[in-house]
Design a protein around this ligand. Structure first.
Ligand code: SAM
Length: 218
């Protein structure tokens, strides 16, 4: 996660003040550190297959990570977590930075009762996974999303930028005043922009309630 995207994540975590955070896709823990700064009291659970493969990895090659002892880490996939998240402090938040198809993650998060979800890498172009830009072209999926989502916000870049795999897409920014102290958040001049369409999704109360309705179980 690049610094400009980290700023967007920091914004959402401050805005939502979660008490419980699940992070799917941790790598060396930069996003974990960002969320810890934004919500110091929140319990964080980090999921990444690297935690299951730790013994096979050369830690010298991985380098230092932010994996503090009070943080729960597991190598299992979010889809496999069940009763762990049935009862959780609210508000709770899940961050997906794991390059998995977005719609499945949205369904799984709803099923586990998460109302606040942040997705990284929800880009309009080609990606390693399917993004909401692609799914929303399908009328049936669009209709389902309208039924279950009541807020869908893609955080704009702080300044106009070129983004995408080869910086091929122009994305208009907020264009906040330039300040030398904020220069570290500007990846515009980098070979590849760090802007990755961080997206906040809030699930409707009705969609969460429907999980407990036997009539909706097929
Ligand atoms: C872009 S990196 C995460 C970067 C991290 N959030 C940060 O800010 O530094 C993507 C990570 O997703 C992990 N990953 C791949 N498949 C996953 C899965 N099914 N569940 C969780 N994490 C997964 C990879 O191992 C990798 O560490």
């Amino acid at each position: 996660m690049a610094p400009d995207t980290a700023f967007c994540l920091y914004y959402w975590v401050r805005e939502l003040s979660p008490k419980f955070i699940v992070e799917s896709g941790t790598w060396r823990g930069f996003s974990t550190w960002v969320m810890r700064q934004a919500a110091p009291e929140a319990k964080i659970v980090s999921l990444d297959p690297i935690f299951a493969l730790g013994h096979c990895l050369d830690s010298a090659k991985i380098g230092p990570g932010y994996w503090p002892a009070d943080l729960e880490r597991a190598g299992m996939d979010f889809s496999c977590c069940g009763f762990e998240f049935m009862v959780k402090p609210e508000p709770s938040l899940v961050l997906f930075d794991d390059h998995q198809h977005k719609i499945h993650r949205l369904q799984q998060a709803i099923q586990k009762g998460f109302q606040h979800i942040v997705f990284d890498d929800n880009l309009p172009g080609e990606a390693t996974h399917l993004t909401f830009f692609r799914y929303l072209r399908d009328p049936a999926i669009k209709e389902w999303m309208e039924q279950v989502v009541d807020r869908f916000e893609i955080f704009p870049p702080l300044w106009d930028t070129q983004a995408g795999r080869s910086n091929e897409i122009f994305v208009p920014g907020l264009n906040i005043p330039r300040d030398p102290e904020l220069a570290c958040l500007d990846t515009t001049a980098q070979p590849r922009s760090g802007y990755t369409w961080l997206t906040y999704v809030r699930v409707k109360d009705s969609a969460l309630a429907a999980r407990h309705d036997p009539a909706t179980v097929t």
